[in-house]
Design a protein around this ligand. Structure first.
Ligand SMILES: *Cc1c(COP(=O)(O)O)cnc(C)c1O
Length: 356
């Protein structure tokens, strides 16, 4: 199978083998050493010297962790949404009683940093901004560094969903001045699902001290205090720590620049190839097209679902479909994590053949 969905992504053989190791005491010395190594790896990739938290949950759990640990019911937050994951983050904030102001764009567009600045100037009560770095549903990457600069100028809190960007494209959390940043093991990290990673800045910890949203399992203080003892508050997904431990060995061997360049090259090949087939990209402005997932409109009059089914059954190619209102209208090619040229070339060969 050529699994070309934007997560879960394929894992290297070495990672799969590591994942299958025997269980250990999660309060014993071997786990402590592994948690230290994995946390060092996270700090390296996130670009921070303060320990990134890891939580046994999926990416969505990481987003919920971010919200409940920094906000209180009634807090005004600006939701910047350019697709289904932006909408999800907004729903989480609403579910916990935040008062959400919405900046929603047409799917396929990127957010305008200047507009974020204007919206914040217009309402001094907005305490936090929530934004998706890479919107996996539309294949659009927001200009996060510029958005962050606008938020910093006005000293609000910035909560970032970097689930499908971090580790594949640059997202240096300290350099860009981000406050709460979430990622997940099954996207670009070459590991199976099961762990979410959450960075919190000093400002985020200060917000945490005032935060009144209910939390128990997802309590950042409990997580941080356990981490100080090289433990987790609850039984962790030990197997996924094995995976991450091995994945970091591979990532360090390749180096961050190498990883970023590989993703850039694969994405640029995918976009060129798709356009050469006469297909249209979902991102309205190619400048914001994602380097981890390419979203493409099926041509008019084509039954996208039927073609995806044939891709899977006849060619062993699993494409991502459209989410929400894009269902059946687009396909997505994931090119993040453990992925090389052959994987995308053969995927696009299949698309070409099916369209012909
Ligand atoms: C995959 C993804 C999520 C959700 O992660 P789950 O692990 O499915 O809960 C959130 N945001 C973005 C941008 C994603 O790509």
């Amino acid at each position: 199978m050529n699994l070309r969905i934007p997560g879960p992504t394929p894992c290297p053989e070495e990672v799969l083998q590591a994942t299958g190791q025997q269980m250990i005491n999660h309060r014993g010395p071997e786990f402590a050493q592994m948690l230290r190594r994995v946390t060092d790896g996270l700090n390296w990739v996130f670009g921070t010297s303060s320990d990134v938290l890891s939580v046994t949950t999926s990416g969505t759990g990481g987003l919920e962790f971010a919200v409940v640990n920094t906000l209180s019911p009634g807090d005004k937050v600006l939701s910047v949404s350019i697709g289904s994951f932006g909408d999800r983050l907004k729903s989480i904030a609403k579910a916990y009683g935040a008062e959400v102001v919405s900046y929603a764009l047409e799917w396929g567009e990127a957010a305008d940093p200047a507009e974020v600045g204007r919206l914040l100037d217009a309402d001094a009560e907005i305490k936090a901004v929530m934004v998706t770095h890479n919107e996996t549903s539309t294949g659009v990457t927001n200009p996060l560094e510029l958005i962050a600069a606008e938020v910093r100028k006005r000293d609000r809190l910035l909560i970032v969903d970097a689930v499908s960007s971090l580790s594949s494209v640059p997202c240096p959390v300290e350099r860009w001045g981000l406050d709460v940043v979430v990622s997940g093991s099954q996207k670009g990290w070459m590991a199976p699902p099961g762990l979410a990673f959450v960075y919190m800045s000093e400002r985020a910890w200060a917000a945490n001290a005032d935060s009144k949203m209910p939390k128990y399992y997802f309590d950042a203080v409990k997580t941080r205090d356990s981490l100080a003892k090289l433990q987790t508050p609850w039984t962790p997904a030990v197997s996924i720590y094995y995976s991450m431990d091995k994945a970091f060995e591979l990532m360090r061997a390749e180096g961050l620049e190498g990883i970023f360049t590989r993703h850039e090259d694969l994405a640029s090949y995918t976009r060129q190839r798709v356009k050469s087939l006469g297909l249209k990209l979902v991102p309205v402005d190619e400048k914001f097209a994602s380097n981890t997932v390419t979203a493409v409109w099926w041509p008019d009059g084509i039954d996208g679902k039927a073609l995806s089914k044939r891709a899977r059954e006849e060619f062993g190619l699993v494409l991502g479909g459209g989410q929400g209102k894009l269902e059946g209208k687009i396909f997505r090619v994931g090119h993040l994590g453990y992925v090389y040229k052959d994987d995308v070339v053969s995927a696009l060969d299949v698309v070409e053949e099916l369209l012909a």
